[in-house]
Design a protein around this ligand. Structure first.
Ligand code: PRP
Length: 209
């Protein structure tokens, strides 16, 4: 029997991922949200789920510790790994990757300071714009950085816009449309082709329902 390990992103994406997996016939055998476990067997024998931090999903898949992963496009743009394919847009956890600035403030002239956890994405974006920017790596609460003068602007994901609004910021430039994507380890896609293709097909059908 082929063993398949699926790496899922915890948090917001997970809540939308589980119904999609269920439609595709893959269900954890116990309630993920009621447990501190990180590995869950499923109703399909030999198929198990890992619950990971989003930015670790591409790492697990790239090195083959997981065969399949579900991660936000924001994480994949930042990761730039090449050990996996990205065969399917799951259409869930949609949001935008944007720059944001204090409300009503005009563009900063001169050298820009940008706070973000998306250092690679930001480096490419400002380079494409021909703007010089010093990037400051943060791990969360990016919205604080412009308020405390740590940075002139931030690069972050925006969903409802409530977090920006609550902190006196507004969006400026659109960088990318984001949604959750399926990724597959390149080697596993060959060695476990039938099992993986069957999961990709079932998921692709549940996406279009
Ligand atoms: C994200 C992001 C913003 C917020 C945007 O953080 O960093 O803070 O969501 O959502 P909104 O536009 O609907 O207000 P998240 O809650 O995912 O936590 P994180 O900082 O751990 O990524």
């Amino acid at each position: 029997m082929t063993q398949i390990t699926l790496a899922l992103t915890k948090g917001r994406i997970l809540k939308e991922t589980l119904p999609l997996l269920k439609k595709a016939g893959i269900e954890p055998v116990e309630d993920i949200f009621a447990s501190r476990k990180l590995v869950f067997p499923t109703t399909i024998k030999g198929t198990r789920l890992l619950i990971l931090r989003g930015s670790d999903v591409p790492t697990y898949v790239q090195f083959g510790a997981a065969d399949i992963g579900i991660a936000g496009k924001d994480v994949l743009l930042e990761d730039q790994g090449d050990g996996y394919y990205e065969p399917l847009d799951l259409g869930i956890a949609r949001c935008q990757l944007m720059t944001a600035v204090p409300k009503g403030v005009s563009s900063h002239n001169g050298r820009l300071r940008v706070a973000t956890k998306y250092i690679n994405v930001a480096r490419r974006f400002y380079a494409e714009q021909g703007r010089q920017a010093d990037l400051i790596k943060l791990y969360g609460a990016m919205e604080l950085a412009p308020i405390l003068d740590l940075a002139h602007e931030i690069v972050d994901i925006v969903d409802t816009g409530n977090t920006l609004k609550a902190n006196g910021l507004e969006t400026r430039d659109h960088i990318a449309d984001i949604s959750a994507r399926l990724i597959v380890n390149k080697a596993a896609f060959k060695t476990k082709f039938n099992a993986i293709q069957s999961i990709v097909n079932s998921l692709s059908k549940s996406v279009s329902i």
